[in-house]
Write a protein that binds this ligand. Structure first.
Ligand SMILES: [Zn+2]
Length: 310
């Protein structure tokens, strides 16, 4: 069912400890397997690539329960297996989504995880609706995409980040200053002073530190939801009394699915979402790695293969 093609783009997460050799990719179809019947896959078509498409077998406990992103039987490109930093790769049709109009391969590569994970978490796990008030912790590589997704849904969103430049970026996006927690300000104090106590329906924790998870439990309204995405601290603490008395829903999320990627690419194509990405060369990988470590790369950098024709 697979076809081989050059992997033109390889986005790389700005994330400490990320050792996977390319789990966000975009490429061009150069060969189509015999079993591929879907006519949207043609030679020369550019496709965004999902790292974990699932085996799609009815006997698979994950895929049969609509959880292909957790499947361990299918391919896991760049996650414990060779990834998209290779110049050619064979993928299953469920891993590939043709690019709509107006999307560069670099942005499409970033969309496969940095945007799709945020989208899946917000729309399918936390099920954020436009009537909600949302509190977003962290405006990094995933969090800033999350902000754009929530804004598109139409919900009010309050944001916090330690970095002033990230808060400035949120303001530039049109988030009113009353909904931006000043850098260094206590989140719990801000919520009290802003009259938001008891009004925050959903927390999106894209940081996952002890403090953010603690703040989340304190500021969320009774009956509210906390979506856990970030993992900066490996272990955090749940206050059982708060959790039970507020009857909280604490929801974890992981990755996204092909249908999420299709929707995300359409939103990018229509300029609703604009992922931040820089361009580099795959042959300059060692330098990109150093720049990443030195904090010189803002959000994401996409590394382009030397054989790519862009
Ligand atoms: Zn499976």
């Amino acid at each position: 069912m697979g076809y081989a093609r050059p992997s033109m783009m390889n986005a790389w997460r700005k994330h400490k400890g990320n050792k996977e050799p390319g789990h966000e990719g975009c490429g061009e179809i150069i060969e189509i397997g015999e079993g591929v019947k879907d006519t949207k896959f043609k030679l020369g078509v550019r496709v965004a690539l999902l790292a974990v498409p699932g085996c799609r077998s009815e006997s698979c406990t994950e895929c049969s329960r609509d959880l292909p992103q957790l499947c361990s039987s299918g391919m896991r490109h760049g996650i414990g297996q060779d990834g998209f930093f290779a110049e050619y790769v064979a993928v299953n049709v469920h891993a590939a989504v043709p690019l709509p109009e107006g999307i560069s391969p670099a942005v499409a590569a970033v969309a496969t995880d940095a945007v799709t994970t945020a989208y899946h978490g917000i729309t399918r796990r936390a099920e954020v609706k436009k009537e909600e008030t949302v509190f977003l912790f962290g405006l990094g590589g995933l969090g800033f995409n999350a902000l754009q997704i929530v804004k598109h849904i139409g919900a009010r969103v309050i944001v916090t980040d330690l970095r002033q430049e990230k808060l400035d970026a949120a303001l530039s996006l049109g988030i009113p200053s009353r909904d931006v927690v000043p850098a260094g300000k206590s989140v719990q104090d801000f919520v009290q002073e802003s009259g938001l106590h008891g009004k925050i329906d959903t927390i999106l924790d894209f940081v996952g530190k002890y403090q953010t998870f603690e703040d989340a439990q304190q500021i969320v309204r009774p009956g509210g939801k906390i979506l856990c995405v970030g993992t900066l601290d490996r272990r955090n603490e749940i206050d059982m009394k708060i959790g039970i008395r507020k009857r909280l829903s604490i929801i974890f999320t992981y990755g996204g699915q092909q249908r999420d990627l299709v929707e995300v690419l359409d939103l990018i194509s229509s300029k609703v979402l604009q992922p931040q990405v820089e361009l580099g060369k795959l042959s300059d990988f060692p330098q990109a790695l150093k720049d990443l470590g030195a904090g010189k790369i803002k959000d994401r950098i996409a590394l382009v293969s030397d054989i790519a024709d862009l």
